[in-house]
Design a protein around this ligand. Structure first.
Ligand code: ADP
Length: 659
């Protein structure tokens, strides 16, 4: 059965499921935000570190170049004022070159820009100076001469030796510009010398100008650039700048592991939530189905008209249904938990009820149910038909007894009424039979009465004679008495037959009953020219209600006689026989009549089935119920050996009294 989920519980479930999900999402968001903040912080720190380092580098270079400037300025001063100039130049220049590997050359020009001296004395440099250096260096020299102070040149490339720049320092003698000192720096060497190893480990330093032309670089790492910072490279200026690029650090492995773990855990939580959600959904569905099932069961229980009562193995009531409560008038609370004696037991039948109760608990209750009188709360009695069955739980354990209880009071009343009606019908039928037989009985009665009258007249005549013989009178009176008895018997039989009495079975001799019946129908048989033949062996007594059995026999005998109305007179023979078969007596009433009309054969024993114009059609149905009341059977067979070729044998059985 498919149960539709209750909208309320679905909403509640959705809420229940949404809360942890929301929690996990928020937690995840918080963790991600935290990681992002940490990362941001790191970048910030990195950036601050970078700026600090770059500033340091810039300052270092400025300091280095400034220091050299000072030394050169000193040399220029000394060259202007001292005598042995060449010697001095050589000494100092050598010293400078030795201490500064980035200085490629120190040249001393005179006023006409002719080289006075140069260190180191590399002709190629001279040549280079002539070829490439002069334009920018010359400009610097001119500017320095004009301004009377040191001036840096623009950077320039020397083929094969990379980028360089120069510094021109004017030499004054007696306040007059006398000559010019020019120092050429190689940018790569400058970087190599001045950028320390730890800096190169962390950053890549590039010297570029505004047009992104690269003049020098230093780095000992490779990888993905992350942060960059630029700072003017001044001196020498001219738009030169450092570009320092930080490389992505390999990252903190612990942090990565942590982030990974958080991710894995979050996925795990989501996954488990998913499973829990599934489980909860399944559970909700099952609960819903169970609820629907339970509702159906309760509805079924409530609408049951059969009382249900469950007891545990000790006989204590553990459940009663509404029908049982209605039946007994006690509420479920008053009954559940009760042990015997139960409030609905009838006090005066306590012992029998208790015995039955014990039998049920011992598992000996009759399987086809038993009847018991119970008492309602208002004291009213009712007849209960009870079926007991073992109560087996889901694990197959026997945990008690389940009873279904039917209030059969009304049914029993109806049965009693039907029985009474049937009896009334039998009685009526007897009256009808009587009425039908009245004329023949009157004729029958006439015989003894007229005999009595004639004996009486005879006696009077005899008495009138003087010499009458008393013996004759006695004889006549005796005969008269016999006739009177005969008449009395007829009257008694009629009286007996129509008397209404409760059926009671008692041992009686079948032959006597048959004889009585024969005596009863004889007058009618004579009138109908029917010969009655009885074949009765010595039979043991049968337990029967004499009157009822007589009614059956009379009915069957009269039916047989009536069926032979059109049979040849000499063949109108009606046989009544009986014989013992097993533990019962079979009585047969045989006629040579017309046989059962085919149209009524199937409903022969149904009431109001008749082919006779004045017939009531209840005779056979009454016969059958009487025979069944005696625990026997009644049926009809065709009389196959009949001399007329047709005829019927009605047979009924009666159980023999066990001796
Ligand atoms: P009724 O005699 O009032 O008709 P019964 O119940 O005694 O009612 O009989 C029902 C019918 O059964 C009769 O009308 C008759 O047709 C048929 N019947 C009964 N006994 C015999 C019989 N011995 N032979 C033929 N028909 C019979």
């Amino acid at each position: 059965m498919h149960a539709k989920p209750h909208p309320d519980s679905t909403r509640r479930l959705r809420w229940l499921l949404a809360l942890p999900k929301l929690g996990v999402v928020l937690l995840l968001a918080a963790v991600v935000a935290l990681l992002w903040l940490l990362h941001q912080n790191e970048i910030e720190e990195e950036r601050a570190g970078l700026i600090k380092d770059v500033l340091w580098l810039e300052q270092n270079l400025r300091f280095h170049l400034g220091n050299n400037e000072e030394l050169l300025q000193q040399l220029a001063y000394d060259l202007g004022n001292q005598a042995d100039k060449k010697q001095l130049f050589r000494l100092r220049a050598n010293h400078l070159l030795k201490n500064n590997p980035d200085m490629m050359q120190i040249t001393w020009f005179d006023q006409k820009q002719q080289v006075i001296d140069a260190l180191p004395m590399a002709p190629s440099i001279d040549h280079e100076l002539d070829a490439f250096g002069p334009p920018v260096t010359q400009k610097a020299i001119e500017l320095a001469g004009r301004l009377g102070k040191r001036v840096y040149s623009e950077p320039f490339f020397l083929s094969g030796n990379g980028a360089h720049f120069s510094l021109a320092v004017p030499v004054f003698a007696d306040q007059q510009l006398s000559s010019m000192l020019v120092v050429t720096y190689a940018i790569d060497s400058l970087l190599n010398d001045q950028v320390p190893w730890w800096f190169a480990e962390k950053y890549r330093v590039v010297v570029i100008d505004d047009n992104e032309v690269q003049f020098g670089a230093k780095s000992s790492i490779e990888g993905v650039p992350s942060l960059t910072y630029e700072l003017p490279f001044d001196p020498p200026g001219y738009g030169l700048k450092f570009r320092v690029t930080a490389y992505q650090a390999p990252g903190n492995p612990l942090q990565r592991i942590l982030a990974g773990a958080i991710l894995v855990l979050a996925t795990g939580v989501f996954w488990s939530l998913w499973i829990v959600r599934d489980l909860m959904k399944k559970r909700a569905r099952a609960e819903e189905a169970l609820r629907a099932e339970h509702a159906l069961r309760s509805a079924m229980e409530d609408s049951l008209t059969v009382g249900m009562r469950a007891r545990d193995l000790t006989g204590r009531i553990i459940y009663v249904n509404p029908a049982f409560c209605r039946m007994t008038g006690f509420s479920s609370d008053e009954l559940v938990g009760r042990s015997p004696p139960m409030p609905y037991w009838v006090p005066e039948q306590f012992n029998e009820t208790m015995a039955m109760h014990q039998a049920v608990l011992a598992g000996e209750a009759p399987a086809d149910g038993f009847e018991m009188t119970f008492q309602r709360k208002n004291g009213e009695r009712f007849q209960a038909l009870i079926y007991e069955a073992p109560l087996i739980d889901g694990h197959g354990h026997h945990t008690g007894w389940m009873a279904s209880v039917l209030d059969v009071t009304e049914r029993r009343k109806a049965e009693e009424l039907a029985r009474q009606q049937q009896e009334q019908l039998q009685f009526t039928s007897r009256l009808v039979t009587m009425g039908e037989m009245a004329s023949t009985l009157a004729h029958e009665l006439n015989q003894p009465l007229s005999a009595i009258a004639s004996y009486n007249a005879g006696c009077i005549n005899l008495l009138a004679q003087a010499d009458h013989n008393p013996a004759d009178i006695r004889q006549a009176l005796e005969k008269l008495g016999v006739q009177a008895q005969r008449a009395g018997r007829i009257i008694r039989r009629v009286h007996d037959f129509v008397r209404k009495s409760e059926p009671k079975r008692a041992p009686c001799a079948l032959s006597e009953i048959v004889e009585d019946c024969i005596g009863f129908v004889e007058p009618e048989a004579r009138k109908r020219h029917v010969q009655l033949v009885t074949t009765l062996p010595d039979l043991p007594p049968v337990a029967a209600d004499r009157l009822m059995l007589e009614q059956v026999l009379l009915n069957l005998i009269r039916n047989g006689m009536e069926a032979m109305a059109s049979t040849a007179r000499e063949l109108r023979i009606l046989g009544v026989s009986a014989n013992v078969s097993g533990n019962e007596v079979v009585v047969a009433i045989t006629d040579n009549g017309t046989g059962i009309a085919p149209e009524i054969r199937d409903k022969l024993f149904t009431a109001f089935t008749t082919t006779k114009p004045e017939g009531m059609g209840v005779g056979l149905s009454i016969c059958r119920s009487i025979v069944e009341f005696h625990r026997g059977r009644l049926w009809a067979e065709p009389h196959t050996d009949s001399p007329t070729g047709s005829g019927t044998i009605f047979k009924f059985t009666l159980p023999l009294e066990p001796s």
